[in-house]
Design a protein around this ligand. Structure first.
Ligand SMILES: NC(=O)c1ccc[n+]([C@@H]2O[C@H](COP(=O)([O-])OP(=O)(O)OC[C@H]3O[C@@H](n4cnc5c(N)ncnc54)[C@H](OP(=O)(O)O)[C@@H]3O)[C@@H](O)[C@H]2O)c1
Length: 280
């Protein structure tokens, strides 16, 4: 362990953000403890800890824990309460018994005390558990995090294979993508920078873009048509044929929600100049 380098634990380390964060920290030789349900080949400066239930992990020794366990779609065996809320409580318990002082959590852009749909309510409940835990926290309310293989890219790439990308409704609702590289920088800064202590901050990039324009940019140079479908049909498919639907119910809720924010708050608190993601 090198001096002045924090030891950082990551839950949800196998996911999109977790995988990118592990590579980012490992490249800087920052000691990592990755928690996951699956075995992973450790990177440089990384130790891995496999668990079947995060609640059964005994103590771990680190300076901060980045909590990335989460789901954005429900099934009978993996619903919002059991994943987004209960796993957060277990992670808080782990922090307390391990005397980890700092937790960093990724919530969703648009989450508020007035949340009405399941995903946002579960994220709000997780935020409240963290705020009431007494731990030093940074809660980052993320718009779409983009980079190689992000969930939106995966979805659109799969649609391109069928030659058509569907745009629900008008497509005029906006996103404010932030690059996964910037997200990793912000997370590390949250560990180090007291300005981000006990703060809830929107994790958004410098530019907004309508979904329809995002899709237009995405298909540039690729062989695929863009087809608008009525919002009613998109929701009908999400409700009645979830296994084949291209957008889940809460994907649609978030899209239509048109959530945007100012990136200046994050830039000011973190001291990081955020980059416009390449696709924009
Ligand atoms: N990506 C985005 O654009 C975005 C936007 C807003 C908020 N967020 C939030 O950011 C966090 C990370 O996102 P992501 O895109 O990296 O998500 P992801 O790719 O779906 O990864 C989710 C992680 O959670 C783990 N997990 C799920 N259910 C679990 C359970 N019951 N017990 C233990 N682990 C469980 C998964 O582990 P397994 O591999 O074992 O299944 C995986 O490591 C999530 O909380 C997400 O809601 C992401």
């Amino acid at each position: 362990m090198e001096k002045n380098k924090p030891v950082i634990a990551i839950s949800g380390s196998t996911g999109f953000v977790g995988t990118n964060l592990r590579k980012f920290l490992s490249a800087q030789n920052i000691p990592i403890i990755s928690l996951s349900r699956k075995k992973q080949k450790p990177l440089k400066s990384e130790k891995t800890l496999v668990f079947s239930d995060v609640g059964n992990i005994q103590k771990i020794q680190c300076d901060a824990l980045v909590h990335l366990i989460g789901t954005g779609a429900q099934t009978i065996s993996s619903d919002y309460e059991s994943v987004n809320v209960e796993q957060t409580q277990k992670i808080i318990n782990l922090c307390k018994k391990s005397k980890i002082k700092k937790i960093i959590y990724i919530s969703g852009l648009g989450v508020s005390d007035n949340a009405t749909f399941g995903y946002f309510i579960s994220k709000l409940k997780a935020e409240l558990l963290i705020k009431e835990s007494g731990l030093d926290y940074t809660i980052l309310r993320a718009s779409y995090i983009v980079g190689n293989d992000d969930p939106l890219t995966q979805n659109l790439t799969n649609q391109i294979k069928n030659g058509v990308i569907l745009v629900p409704g008008s497509g005029s609702y906006r996103l404010q993508p932030i690059s996964v590289g910037d997200v990793c920088r912000v997370i590390l800064e949250s560990v180090r920078n007291k300005n981000l202590s006990n703060k809830t901050v929107d994790l958004v990039g410098p530019k907004t873009i309508s979904f329809a324009n995002y899709v237009r940019k995405f298909v540039r140079g690729k062989k695929a048509k863009i087809k608008k479908i009525p919002l009613e049909q998109a929701y009908f498919d999400a409700l009645n044929h979830p296994e084949n639907a291209l957008y889940g119910i809460d994907d649609l809720n978030i899209m239509v929600g048109d959530f945007t924010s100012s990136h200046h708050v994050l830039e000011k608190l973190s001291g990081i100049k955020l980059k416009t993601p390449e696709i924009l």
